[in-house]
Design a binder for this molecule. Sequence first.
Ligand SMILES: Cc1cc2nc3c(=O)[nH]c(=O)nc-3n(C[C@H](O)[C@H](O)[C@H](O)COP(=O)(O)OP(=O)(O)OC[C@H]3O[C@@H](n4cnc5c(N)ncnc54)[C@H](O)[C@@H]3O)c2cc1C
Ligand SMILES: *[C@@H]1O[C@H](CO)[C@@H](O)[C@H](O)[C@H]1NC(C)=O
Ligand SMILES: *[C@@H]1O[C@H](CO)[C@@H](O)[C@H](O)[C@H]1NC(C)=O
Ligand SMILES: *[C@@H]1O[C@H](CO)[C@@H](O)[C@H](O)[C@H]1NC(C)=O
Ligand SMILES: *[C@@H]1O[C@H](CO)[C@@H](O)[C@H](O)[C@H]1NC(C)=O
Ligand SMILES: *[C@@H]1O[C@H](CO)[C@@H](O)[C@H](O)[C@H]1NC(C)=O
Length: 513
Amino acid sequence: MPSLPSLAAAALALLTPTATAFEYHTFDGPGFPSCYNVSRVHNATSIADMASLVKDLAATQSNPRVRAAGKGHMWYDTQCSDAWTVIIRTENLSEIGDLDLASGAESGSVWVEAGVTFFQLAEYLHARGASVGYTLTNWNITFGGSVAMGAHRSSIREDSMVAAGVLAMDIIDGKGEVRRVVRDEGDDEWLAASTSLGLLGIIARVQLRVYPDTKVYAEQATLDEKDVLDGDIYGMIAPYATANFWWWPYKRKFHHRYYDTVPASSTSQEGFQNTFSVTELEAITARTMLDSGKYLATSNMLAEEIFFGLWSKPNFREKTTNEEIKEWPVYGWNYDVLIGGLYPDQKAEWEYGLAGYTLELAFPITLANKMMKRVRQLFDDELKRGIVMTATYRSGINIKFGKAYFDFLGQVTYNTSDGADWTKGAIMFDFPSFRPTIGDHKRFNEQFYHRVANTLIDEFPCRPHWTKNTREVFTRSVKNLDPDHLRRFKAVRERFDPQGIYRNVIGEILGLY
Ligand SMILES: Cc1cc2nc3c(=O)[nH]c(=O)nc-3n(C[C@H](O)[C@H](O)[C@H](O)COP(=O)(O)OP(=O)(O)OC[C@H]3O[C@@H](n4cnc5c(N)ncnc54)[C@H](O)[C@@H]3O)c2cc1C
Ligand SMILES: *[C@@H]1O[C@H](CO)[C@@H](O)[C@H](O)[C@H]1NC(C)=O
Ligand SMILES: *[C@@H]1O[C@H](CO)[C@@H](O)[C@H](O)[C@H]1NC(C)=O
Ligand SMILES: *[C@@H]1O[C@H](CO)[C@@H](O)[C@H](O)[C@H]1NC(C)=O
Ligand SMILES: *[C@@H]1O[C@H](CO)[C@@H](O)[C@H](O)[C@H]1NC(C)=O
Ligand SMILES: *[C@@H]1O[C@H](CO)[C@@H](O)[C@H](O)[C@H]1NC(C)=O
């Protein structure tokens, strides 16, 4: 999945008629473009400020392009269209208010501005005895960015699309007017806004459902590959509040991670999960080994062996003492256990130059065994040619799940023209891989990754995650999407943004312009 090499991108930038156009980049930093042709980045100071900028651009420019930006936690060059674009950064729109959770109530609500991150909201809610439940993603991601792009956690039993926790949202439309859209499954505007890809406009604030805070446990088992491939996958995931697998294809093993609530009084442990931080030594060791794996399968085999060993242990510390927790299960407060964040003395792996490629596709869970066996076969086809393929990511291949949730463009929607049964939920194949820091940045046996993507898209009803796939994957995936959902989405898009100022390459690929 080649993204444009940075040299070519730089050359393109030089050729642009507007001398000022520049690249905007993802969380991985310069050299990882999310947009190629940005004319200006505006740091938004308020919702009114964003609305007035859009109004001004719409009134004074012939063909303006605008895209919001949160924390840049996306992978590829798919944020903008390739035309000259103004980026509006929402990072400082971080107000949280109107928390309404009556004592004894099962749920309540809170309003957050677009730039609020999961981490910020969790801290605010925990201090007030509340949480957002299971409609989560990682800590340093904004609500605007995650709702726009259909982000989700992993659960079959509970709603886990971030949008499923949204009760209402304010969107700045293509004329700079703020429109409120309220949850209503009978309303096409809601069904489009629920997963909008930012194409209806800038999500300015969202109202979220909240729950009383809970303590949860995290437990992990190691399984042989055949016990999953031939097993009752639904039955291993559906009983829990949230659960997933990590696949180690070279080891032919899985980690099965699951979480559920426990009475708050049952434990004094306050476990805190480390999702992405590493020490400098770990980072340098991993990078050296994986870079050599660009050429040598044995390095990748060793890496998978080491990552598997590390991932078998709890990736948690006790929050109050910062001591490592060595035994499963781990207990703690909802957010700390489900997500956590960085250990205070470590940095995120990407800050040490460990970058990845990724691919994420969702399939009906009724096809879970068939899909996983097909992937196994693709690994085995390489073996037959004498090539050993492995996971090159610290937590293996991530197999996630999603409860069915109806909207037009979401990964877990149902009632679609493919005739597949999505109502039982979805399984996601999320295949991150190390991006070598050396040479052409292509992976060991690069073609394998493209074969996996193409085979799955061509042989299964499946849907892409909207920020974890390349342009090529989106283009190939269009045939699997419901044309009627696309048509109804487009009709709403034309009402919200008739000029198409918020367009991006994904919207273009989907035929929405
Ligand atoms: C380390 C890491 C872990 C992740 N974990 C998960 C996960 O568990 N589950 C999952 O589903 N995804 C996950 N993601 C993907 C992530 O949820 C999405 O890429 C999300 O869109 C990023 O949000 P952001 O705030 O960083 O926005 P950005 O990356 O800045 O923007 C992403 C897209 O959303 C648009 N956008 C941003 N803000 C708004 C807004 N206010 N209104 C309209 N459009 C907007 C942007 O124009 C862009 O197209 C992860 C990503 C990373 C890097
Ligand atoms: C969150 O992401 C931003 C943008 O990538 C980065 O500057 C910041 O350091 C991150 N914060 C944490 C706590 O990781
Ligand atoms: C946020 O606000 C601070 C203080 O005004 C400013 O220095 C910073 O540039 C702003 N950042 C963004 C991304 O808006
Ligand atoms: C916007 O915010 C970023 C991050 O704080 C800062 O680096 C940049 O200079 C700001 N831009 C303007 C125009 O203030
Ligand atoms: C950048 O945008 C301008 C104006 O929309 C367009 O003419 C130019 O071709 C674009 N450049 C690239 C590299 O796409
Ligand atoms: C799905 O289709 C069934 C049968 O056509 C219909 O009864 C139901 O209302 C649909 N559900 C949604 C959410 O559209």
